[in-house]
Write a protein that binds this ligand. Structure first.
Ligand SMILES: *Cc1c(COP(=O)(O)O)cnc(C)c1O
Length: 455
């Protein structure tokens, strides 16, 4: 029981810092891990242990932890212009170039970009934009935001309200006016005898009924991740976006694609919405945008919302919003380098080419009586543990099965994240075949160990 690690660093970390999204009993029992540096997809702790980080940090370190091109882009940018803002009609040249690049890559002919420091702030900014638009256009009641249960959109008061996770109840969230629809997870939410296409139709009907019940005039947007990420890596059911987009269009409700995880290659295309053949009205980006080398988020508005925002802002002579570090020149320079690396430098091709191999290897790992579902696309996957494969019954939550698996992985030198009863794998795009094999072998060992204990 008491296998707390004998390092001074963990005690020091725990004494003075708060860990977010951390299972405190695990930290009490096993200690925390203090990291010093990384090499490729590996990170090293203060004890000299090496871990293969199968989650690429938090989905973001897609080029690994020591990419020389990104490090020198950052060093050059710091030497040239180490900080500026994007207020009062001033912004850095790097910011201008990044916006041009983002619009060029977005599925929009034209558009405008607004920068933040995180994905949460980008979602928050989007909602403020829509509320601002509603008031400017004489529709102040048009404020409600539709999202899905298990959708993850961040942690600020507004983005946590958009997030469809039960844990936000501890904060008294969501705020009123944030409506959560059924999680589009066919394996879990599909009814007995219901086909995947019928499930999609049921979700489309639910959307239609929700719009009718809430009033189309009161709804500012529908915001969705192409693939739910922190909700457990849930790709949409067959025909999902094709079924819901016409409904939204008919009611004049913008479709916003939260591409914080999917954006920049995770699904094998630049945007997740490209993978699913849908053109949204706006895109939210962060995480891989800078390959995790700088905190940055962006709201990318398509032509219609961009024009309406511009008109609304001109009417009152400003858009009173922005963060001190919005459009930071170093962040923008790093993002430009990261995008080059992903788009032209072959990282996105690596995902596209590596995905079938990853899927096949994970299918072998998942071929166990206690894995209920392997799901994912590109370089984002989850394996869901079940007590009974036939009934999909989960393990009792007090067994903390996914925590145990993650801890057993850590013992093997593999970092992967527990999520509900699932284990998430979202490695760096630079992963070699040998590293992929190591990841799957270590995961297999950990699964064998834990299922021998609990199953
Ligand atoms: C991580 C994430 C966010 C929040 O981004 P932060 O930078 O952590 O604030 C928003 N949306 C999605 C889909 C995410 O995965």
């Amino acid at each position: 029981m008491d296998d707390k690690r004998p390092t001074g660093w963990d005690t020091r970390a725990e004494a003075v810092s708060f860990f977010g999204f951390t299972d405190f009993p695990t930290v009490k029992r096993r200690g925390s891990i203090v990291l010093t540096h990384g090499e490729g997809p590996y990170v090293f702790d203060t004890e000299g242990n090496r871990y293969l980080d199968a989650n690429s940090g938090l989905w973001n370190m897609v080029a690994g932890f020591d990419h020389p091109g990104l490090i020198s882009a950052a060093q050059d940018a710091y030497a040239r212009f180490p900080g500026y803002h994007a207020f009062f009609g001033r912004m850095s040249d790097q910011t201008v170039m990044l916006s041009e690049r983002l619009i060029e890559l977005a599925p929009f002919e034209r558009g405008r970009v607004f920068y933040t420091n995180s994905g949460s702030e980008a979602n928050d900014t989007l909602v403020k934009m829509l509320w601002f638009l509603g008031r400017a256009e004489g529709k102040p009641e048009r404020k409600k935001i539709l999202t899905r249960k298990n959708g993850y959109h961040g942690v600020t008061v507004v983005s946590a309200s958009m997030t469809g996770k039960p844990y936000n109840e501890v904060f008294g969230l969501p705020l009123p006016g944030f409506v959560h629809l059924t999680c589009p997870h066919y394996w879990r939410e599909g009814m007995a005898g219901e086909s995947e296409a019928e499930f999609t139709q049921r979700l489309a009907r639910e959307l239609e009924e929700t719009i009718a019940a809430e009033g189309a005039d009161t709804i500012a947007a529908f915001v969705a991740e192409p693939v739910l990420g922190a909700g457990g890596v849930v790709p949409p059911p067959e025909g999902y976006f094709q079924a819901i987009q016409p409904i939204l269009k008919r009611h004049g409700i913008p479709l916003v694609s939260d591409e914080v995880i999917c954006g920049f290659g995770r699904t094998g295309t630049i945007w997740g919405c490209d993978t699913y053949g849908v053109v949204p009205d706006a895109i939210i980006s962060s995480k891989a945008l800078t390959a995790g080398f700088f905190p940055m988020g962006a709201v990318i508005l398509g032509p219609e919302l961009a024009d309406r925002m511009q008109a609304a802002a001109e009417a009152i002579e400003e858009f009173p919003h922005g963060f001190t570090a919005s459009g930071h020149p170093v962040g923008c320079a790093i993002a430009l380098a990261a995008i080059d690396l992903i788009v032209e430098g072959g990282l996105i091709d690596k995902v596209r080419e590596g995905a079938p191999r990853l899927e096949a290897k994970l299918a072998e790992v998942a071929d166990r009586p206690n894995i209920g579902e392997l799901r994912g696309i590109g370089y984002m996957w989850a394996l869901e543990a079940v007590a009974d494969k036939a009934t999909k019954a989960p393990f009792p939550s007090e067994l903390s099965v996914s925590e145990r698996i993650a801890n057993a992985c850590t013992d093997e030198g593999l970092i992967c994240r527990p999520l509900g009863q699932s284990i998430v794998l979202c490695p760096a795009f630079t992963l070699t075949d040998a590293e992929m094999d190591e990841m799957c072998a270590k995961l297999s060992t950990a699964l064998d160990k834990v299922f021998a204990e609990v199953a």
